[in-house]
Design a protein around this ligand. Structure first.
Ligand code: SF4
Length: 376
């Protein structure tokens, strides 16, 4: 087996078996884990405290108890997170951090306290108006509050040095991820749509230093290979998350490759480089200030459509695919705006609705197949 295949398999296995991956990471690092709900949770603070930050982006499980707290129209990521919390899957977590970006997340902060009382919750509220000085300062106050809460749980103060160190580790990881997504574009056969997603997702269940070493080696191995010829359809994908993974099998089968993405779970986590000035806390806040084209961060002039059009040009893609998590209202509100902008730019668009418990892919298969044939 080639070195590249071994490295890719290691990350794919972590992404497909998060429970095992976290257990392994916790043992190897001698650390306990803290759960980080989507989106933009300040993981550096968790890391600086000596905990392992673990991503909580839902999963595939039967919803049996979560309906006591969340209506059936709430997104399936939150329903599965509450379900896992209630059935004890998350009992080993020292705490969970929940950013309150949408109405569902706001309710989940309160629901968690009664549904999963054994795991403490730390809410974090992001300012709507992050582009003004007071919004920026407020965000730093919020991050400091999260830091205080974690310190109480840990029983230790997080030093400025530890925070700077953690920020540097995360920034190295983010820099490598930006490089990976650039390099991967030239290898759509080896790094197909599903492999690309699983490689990126694995970072949520591993120590970031170890993960960064592995992804650096994958990049080097890829660069040693000639660019791959690809006769299929290249797309820019957007949405919250490119799951369930079975959906990605449909893309692979129909030769549709993601050349660039705007997923909240993927590139939105690392596409903004840190500013050079300021303390680690300030740099963390600047990363939110500098993020553009994200549904969850208020923009007077919506830039997402224009950003997607630029991404299509730069990545030499044929179309945009929107993977819409039912019923993620912030993402849904943006859709009519980007649809009109993409149509005006003459860019083909495929809209697919998903949820984490989806078990039939036949309709999606027909739509993806027709889309690929139309563009082929
Ligand atoms: S509605 Fe959207 S943003 Fe809110 S929790 Fe669900 S998936 Fe996340």
């Amino acid at each position: 087996m080639s070195e590249l295949k071994i490295l890719i398999d290691q990350l794919q296995n972590a992404a497909l078996n998060p429970g095992e991956a976290v257990e392994k990471a916790v043992k190897a690092a001698g650390k306990e884990a803290v759960g980080c709900f989507p989106i933009y949770t300040p993981e550096e603070i968790v890391y600086a405290a000596g905990y392992l930050p673990v991503g909580m982006w839902g999963g595939k499980t039967e919803i049996k108890q979560a309906d006591k707290y969340l209506q059936s129209f709430c997104c399936s990521i939150m329903r599965t997170n509450i379900e896992y919390g209630m059935n004890g899957t998350y009992d080993s977590l020292k705490a969970v951090i929940i950013p309150a970006f949408c109405d569902t997340l706001k309710c989940v902060c309160e629901n968690w306290k009664v549904a999963v009382p054994q795991v403490p919750v730390i809410p974090v509220v992001y300012p709507q108006n992050r582009l003004i000085e007071s919004g920026f300062r407020y965000l730093i106050d919020e991050f400091n509050r999260v830091k205080n809460e974690i310190e109480k749980i840990k029983g230790e103060i997080i030093s400025d040095e530890k925070l700077e160190e953690a920020f540097d580790i995360y920034e190295k990881y983010r820099e490598k991820m930006r490089e990976f997504t650039e390099v991967a574009k030239d290898y759509p056969v080896t790094i197909n749509t599903k492999v690309r997603h699983l490689i990126i997702k694995a970072a949520y269940f591993m120590d970031k230093e170890l993960y960064t070493d592995i992804i650096s080696n994958i990049i080097s191995e890829l660069k040693n290979m000639p660019a791959e010829e690809f006769k299929g359809t290249r797309v820019v994908a957007t949405g919250l998350i490119g799951e369930p993974v079975e959906l990605l099998d449909v893309f692979v089968k129909n030769n549709v490759a993601v050349a660039a993405d705007d997923f909240a779970q993927e590139s939105r986590q690392f596409r903004v480089p840190a500013r050079q000035e300021g303390t680690a806390m300030e740099k963390m806040a600047y990363r939110i200030v500098d993020q553009r084209g994200c549904t969850f961060l208020y923009e007077e002039e919506k830039t997402k459509g224009k950003m997607l059009i630029d991404m299509v040009e730069k990545s030499n893609s044929d179309a945009v695919v929107v993977i819409m998590m039912k019923f993620c209202d912030p993402e849904e509100f943006d859709y009519p705006v980007i649809k009109e902008e993409l149509e005006n730019a003459g860019i083909p668009l495929l809209y697919i609705e998903t949820d984490m418990q989806m078990d039939s892919y036949e309709q999606v298969r027909t739509r993806v197949q027709s889309f690929a044939e139309m563009l082929g």
